[in-house]
Design a protein around this ligand. Sequence first.
Ligand SMILES: [Fe+2]
Ligand SMILES: [Fe+2]
Length: 220
Amino acid sequence: MTDEQARNMAELPERARGMPDAVRVALALNLLTEEGLPHFHRLLAVTMGSDNAWSRWNYMWTAEEDRHGCALHDYVRDARLFDMRAFEALQYQYIEAGFDPESSGDPYQIMAYTTLQERATQAAHANTARVAGRHEPIIQRLLARVANDESRHFRFYRDIFRGILEIDCTRALQAALKVVPRLAMPGHTIPGYMEMAEVVGQAEIYGPLPHGGGRMSGRV
Ligand SMILES: [Fe+2]
Ligand SMILES: [Fe+2]
């Protein structure tokens, strides 16, 4: 570690001290959602099978997503943004509770779901980067980098779903019709999710679009 990096690390908690509670909650939700990766790896593995090109994609995608959780986790620990014991208890409960969306088993529904959830997480990270960056520049760069990865994931799944629409339009639309009305953020099974989402929405960081337009939505 260079002297400059060491100084940056030592000064990080002080710089992050002014981060408002709503921004901390947004960061907690984003990080918890990333930490749900075992759920999403399993969902793809079970639905798409392991004896085909999808398993290669799933491993590559999982490796990249895993870095998101690690980098954000290291940041919030080093910036001393949370009570880490309480945070890690939430993380444990979220993983232990399992995750089994109704769409599991239908590859078309999974492609519709992953397209929308990648777009939603991209918006959540990008919006959080914007507000957190007013208080601390490192988290803005980190979240912008993560949002950029999510954007690439979104484009991959969107192109897959576009291909499905071209070759099997009726069934693709039936799958989308099942997924879209009941779409929830990938972390919606996190304990206390609704309360945390309410805080983040009230602070206009991200949340449902008000009728008649308005802020960018993290829940597409
Ligand atoms: Fe991610
Ligand atoms: Fe992603």
